[in-house]
Write a protein that binds this ligand. Structure first.
Ligand SMILES: Cc1ncc(COP(=O)(O)O)c(C=O)c1O
Ligand SMILES: N[C@@H](CCCC[NH3+])C(=O)O
Length: 481
């Protein structure tokens, strides 16, 4: 079959529109003998029947395996260069008490970016010494609580925070470990909104100001300076940006060693994952090897010891583990004009099939916010129909409410089919909203043929419960179907 002229140039017509490319789907995803999608031994139709749709399905073994592979790869590679590594899971990608337990059991620490994320990690029973606190505008209450519970490190993001953290520590009579976030000015090759180290943005301290800021930190006996922090962005496929940031930081790191200890260097997170079959992220073992080489070479070139390196991956731990299940509601074949090519005088038209599902930008804002690409498959059955170009749309009152911009699905995709969108574990549920008063879907973990809710879905009562104008007697609860 030839490609639809409306398809983006990167999208290929699949040989089999039922296939589950290994780079995109969670490790436990396969099709059973009837052709239905099964994740960690649980059939998609059983999940939809028990928990409804939309539904986030997390393959627990996949998340745990990725967490432990990152840790063991970094441990091995940094031992090779005579140092060690600390891996923090970036909880902003998706945090629940269950996930906090999985990652800490696999040997990771957790990076939290707000008092709310801190509360979840503490509720999970995570030792506060294994937590790091981020944020460009932490409230006094957040700082105070972090110091009170004994958070392992607070990442100072602006000068004014030095006094705030020092005072909180002084009030409690403790010494608080801190890092200093640097804006290295490195332009990571990713979406503009995902890059966090360009000069013109809100995070961190410019490199040039850092020596004076660290000197100020060092004047406070209540603060212990652990080292510099850099996070250049997210969904990054190349290691060049990390190398450049590390190089810029090393120069400073080496100079700071003249004024006192600088035991650690935090290079942040941001490792990319595959959302579609054409995405080719670096393997974690390769990332660990390159990081160790970059840091060892940096240390050698400045004649300083190899520091302990901290990293903060979120997406690459949890992203690929999760599949969102939707139910198809309506389908429309829309005839679209294809702009004429220079050599073709005439315009032509082609059909784009709009497949609308029962969720959308409220459970995954990334396609609308970043233009992020995803892929999809019919989950409830195998189909031998020819592939057709589809756009999976949500049900919101917004034309930009797209779930998958472009994908080839079997042309007989029909209302009531279950549709599965893989790689939705990072920044899906975490950035979900109640737009149009849609209830946020539940999150279910699957493992060894069993499914259990790890975050319950919202009900209509939840949606109405905060409206102060609703009388004490609750409205009838038209729960999710
Ligand atoms: C400071 C910091 N650390 C870690 C992360 C995690 O990034 P990712 O989920 O891309 O690994 C982020 C998000 O971009 C971040 O802002
Ligand atoms: N939320 C973003 C990444 C930024 C995350 C934190 N700095 C995403 O969905 O890709």
């Amino acid at each position: 079959m030839s490609s639809n002229p409306l398809a983006p140039s990167w999208l290929r017509v699949p040989a089999d529109a039922n296939a589950l490319p290994e780079n995109v789907w969670s490790m436990g995803a396969s099709r059973d003998s009837s052709g239905e999608l099964v994740i960690a031994g649980v059939r998609a139709s059983d999940l939809a029947a028990e928990f409804g749709t939309p539904l986030y399905v997390v393959d627990e073994a996949d998340a745990r395996t990725r967490a432990s592979r990152i840790r063991t790869s970094f441990d091995r590679e940094f031992a090779r260069v005579g140092s060690s590594a600390k891996v923090y899971y970036a909880g902003k990608a998706f945090l629940s008490t269950e996930v906090a337990r999985w990652v800490t059991e696999e040997g990771l620490n957790i990076d939290v970016a707000s008092g709310g994320e801190l509360a979840v990690a503490l509720a999970a029973g995570v030792d506060a010494a294994r937590l790091g606190l981020h944020g460009n505008n932490k409230s006094l209450a957040e700082i105070d609580r972090a110091v009170e519970v004994g958070v392992g490190a607070i990442v100072i993001d602006s000068v004014v925070e030095i006094e705030r953290v020092a005072q909180a520590a002084a009030r409690r009579g403790v010494v608080q470990r801190v890092r200093l976030r640097i804006n290295s000015g490195v332009h990571a090759s990713t979406h503009e909104y995902l890059a966090t180290a360009r000069e013109d943005q809100k995070f961190g301290i410019p490199l040039a100001d850092a020596p004076a800021v660290v000197a100020q930190i060092r004047t406070h006996p209540e603060l212990e300076f652990l080292g510099l922090h850099s996070h250049i962005g997210s969904q990054i496929f190349e290691s060049d940006g990390f190398a450049e940031a590390a190089h810029r930081l090393f120069d400073l790191h080496a100079r700071l060693l003249e004024g006192g200890p600088v035991p650690e260097l935090n290079l942040g997170g941001g490792f990319g994952i595959a959302y579609t079959s054409v995405d080719e992220p670096l393997d974690v073992e390769e990332i660990a090897k390159r990081f160790a080489d970059i840091v060892a070479e940096g240390a050698a070139s400045f004649g300083v010891p190899v520091p302990i390196v901290a990293i903060e991956p979120g997406r690459s731990v949890i992203g690929p583990s999760t599949t969102t299940l939707y139910r198809v509601g309506t389908i429309k074949d829309v005839e679209v004009t294809v702009p004429g090519q220079p050599e073709q005088a005439e315009q032509s038209s082609a059909v784009r099939k709009y497949v609308s599902v029962d969720g959308g930008m409220s459970d995954n804002i990334r396609p609308s916010l970043y233009g992020a690409d995803y892929s999809a498959r019919i989950a409830s059955r195998f189909s031998s129909a020819e592939p057709a170009l589809v756009r999976v749309a949500g049900k919101h009152c917004e034309s930009g409410d797209i779930v998958v911009h472009a994908e080839y699905l079997p042309a007989d995709v029909a209302p009531d089919d279950l549709l599965a969108v893989p790689a939705t574990g990072a920044y899906g549920w975490a950035m979900a909203s109640n737009y149009n008063y849609l209830a946020r879907p539940p999150v279910v973990a699957v493992r060894d043929g069993r499914a259990r809710v790890i975050v319950r879905g919202e009900t209509e009562s939840d949606l109405l419960s905060r409206d102060a104008g609703i009388a004490a007697a609750p409205a009838p609860n038209l729960e999710r179907e």
